[in-house]
Write a protein that binds this ligand. Structure first.
Ligand code: SF4
Length: 178
C-alpha cells in the first residue's frame, strides 16, 4: 500500500483528502466479496468500484487499486485505513465461499445537507434552481442530474468537491450517468 497524494479536504481544511493505493491481487474478482464485509458499502459491478462511509469519511476503492478518502486526520490514519482495506480484502477472498454476493447491499443514507457541503455554494442559478440547497434536494429526488451543476464540471477549482460528491452519491447507491 502507498499514499500517492495528501491534499487539504474541501469540506474541512483541517483534514486531508487522500489518494492512496492498495495492493490486492485480482481486485476486480475480490471486489464483490470485499463490498460485503465493509459496513454500508455500495458496489458498482459495471465499473468495479466500492464506496462506503466510515464515520465522516467517504472512501472509494477503484478497480485499479486506487483509493480516495476524505476527512482524514493525518498520514498515519490514511495508512492504517489502507492496511485495514488490504486485510479485509484478503479475509473476504479467503471466506468467499461463505459470502453471498447475490444479496443486495444496504445503502448509506445521504441527506441534502451532505450534498450541499460538496456543491460550489455560489447560488449562481445555472442549474435552473434558486440556490445550491434547492439543487441538492432535487438531485436526491432524481429531478436533477449532477451534471446540471455546470460549474462543478467546468471549473477546475471544484474538481475535489466534485469527486467527493460523486463518491458520496455512489456510496448511497445513486446510479450516476457520468
Ligand atoms: S449551478 Fe451549481 S453552483 Fe450554481 S446554483 Fe446550481 S448547484 Fe449551485
Amino acid at each position: 500500500m502507498e499514499i500517492k497524494d495528501l491534499l487539504p479536504c474541501i469540506a474541512d481544511p483541517s483534514k486531508y483528502r487522500v489518494i492512496g493505493r492498495i495492493d490486492v491481487e485480482n481486485l476486480k474478482e475480490v471486489a464483490p466479496y470485499l463490498a460485503r464485509v465493509l459496513p454500508n458499502a455500495s458496489y458498482n459491478a459495471k465499473d468495479g468500484w466500492i464506496s462506503f462511509k466510515k464515520g465522516q469519511r467517504i472512501i472509494t476503492i477503484h478497480s485499479d487499486g486506487f483509493v480516495t478518502m476524505t476527512m482524514i486526520s493525518d498520514r498515519e490514519e490514511a495508512l492504517s485505513i489502507l492496511k485495514e482495506l488490504e486485510d479485509k480484502a484478503k479475509l473476504a477472498w479467503e471466506k468467499r465461499n461463505e459470502i453471498d454476493i447475490t444479496k443486495p447491499l444496504q445503502k448509506t443514507f445521504v441527506g441534502a445537507l451532505d450534498v450541499y457541503k460538496y456543491l460550489p455554494k455560489t447560488n449562481c442559478k445555472k442549474c435552473g434552481e434558486q440556490s445550491c440547497m434547492a439543487f441538492a434536494v432535487k438531485l436526491l429526488n432524481g429531478e436533477k442530474d449532477i451534471k446540471d451543476c455546470k460549474p462543478l464540471f467546468e471549473d477546475r477549482k471544484y474538481m475535489g468537491i466534485r469527486e467527493t460528491l460523486i463518491s458520496l452519491l455512489l456510496s448511497a447507491g445513486y446510479d450516476l450517468d457520468l
